[in-house]
Ligand binder design. Structure first.
Ligand code: UDP
Length: 321
């Protein structure tokens, strides 16, 4: 049976990977929606000739009218890295989270569509529980510089559950932990893309703070599999569900690994730690293992190799053809 799937944030890092995966199913039609603020149409331009793919430039802050029946919505639209979501973009980020959720939930309600919300490990803030499971309610600074994103995503979760309780909208809430891989933007300022691009350009690697903070990095293909599996769960499963790779690394360990892979002679520059930067982060994925029968397959070393290959071609397209 054919299905029409709408993906907001469809030309971003995760959205474009999701579009490319879903379009492989010939029964699926994709409507990709993006304002191209932190995403880029270029990420999905290879799909533009496919008759089952449509791109709509639109900002989810505003209501969206679609003249065909939609079966599923993946709501991924939001600047997701600190350099894109903070500073003078903070109010825009909150609006994207909150108004974007309302507008997409309204669209789901009208279409009787299933809707999945891309929430985040940031709802746990500076966690006092380690690893973080879905019952942990988090420790977010509501007035800090990350709050526009963290609180915006928390409010979106609450809107999803209220639309389910009040209108019976079929919802799924996933909490995505740090993810990396091809289609990441080199200007994102994320630690993986920064380190790889710096190393490929023979620049110092920039560590913020002393590098003892931890993150658990999930390769994008693993994450996309989990997202699609979550959408396919029974209607009575709403989430929230943690999706990520529980293998935890310090930022120092990550820098060492990137150096070993690209150039061991590179220097490291230590810069100040940004405010409210979480000290530790690691998902408890017991629920995902049980409900989705899923766990990540790609080890960090292997995923870094694939990501390095991607950025090497981007940075030096001629030499790497
Ligand atoms: N980070 C770093 N150097 C960089 C970019 C980031 O040391 O060039 C640190 C950052 O302070 C944080 C961690 O790496 O502690 C992960 O940062 P990222 O922005 O990738 O993800 P998030 O903080 O949203 O988890």
């Amino acid at each position: 049976m054919s299905k029409t799937i709408l993906i907001t944030g469809g030309s971003g890092f995760l959205g474009s990977n999701l579009c490319k995966k879903l379009i492989q199913d010939e029964n699926i039609k994709i409507i990709c929606v993006d304002n191209n603020y932190s995403g880029s149409f270029e990420n999905v331009s290879d799909l533009s000739n496919n008759p089952r793919f449509k791109f709509i430039e639109h900002d989810v802050i505003y209501p969206l009218e679609i003249n065909e029946k939609i079966d599923e919505i993946y709501n991924l639209a939001c600047p997701a890295s600190p350099v894109w979501y903070q500073g003078d973009k903070a109010i825009f980020t909150t609006k994207t989270c909150v108004l974007g959720a309302i507008n997409m939930l309204e669209l789901a309600k009208k279409n009787n569509a299933k809707i999945l919300q891309a929430s985040t490990s940031e709802v746990y803030g500076e966690p006092l529980v380690h690893p973080q499971n879905e019952n942990y309610r988090g420790n977010v600074n509501p007035i800090g510089i990350r709050a526009c994103y963290d609180e915006g995503k928390r409010c979106a979760e609450s809107l999803f559950f209220d639309y389910n309780r009040i209108f019976g909208v079929k919802i799924k809430v996933i909490r995505i932990f740090n993810t990396y891989g091809p289609m990441m933007d080199s200007k994102d300022g994320r630690v993986v893309s920064n380190f790889i691009c710096q190393a490929l350009k023979n620049e110092d690697l920039t560590i913020y703070g002393n590098g003892s903070q931890t993150r658990s990095f999930c390769y994008v293909d693993d994450l996309i599999d989990a997202i699609i599996k979550t959408m396919a769960t029974n209607d009575d499963f709403l989430g929230p569900i943690n999706l990520g790779n529980p293998d935890e690394f310090t930022i120092n360990e990550l820098a060492q690994l990137v150096k070993e892979k690209i150039n061991n002679n590179l220097n490291i520059t230590y810069n100040p730690l940004p405010a409210d930067d979480p000290t530790q982060r690691k998902p408890d994925i017991t629920l995902a293992k049980k409900i989705l029968n899923w766990e990540p397959k790609v080890k960090l070393s292997q995923g870094l190799d694939r990501t390095i290959e991607y950025f090497a071609k981007k940075i030096n397209p001629k030499e790497n053809k």
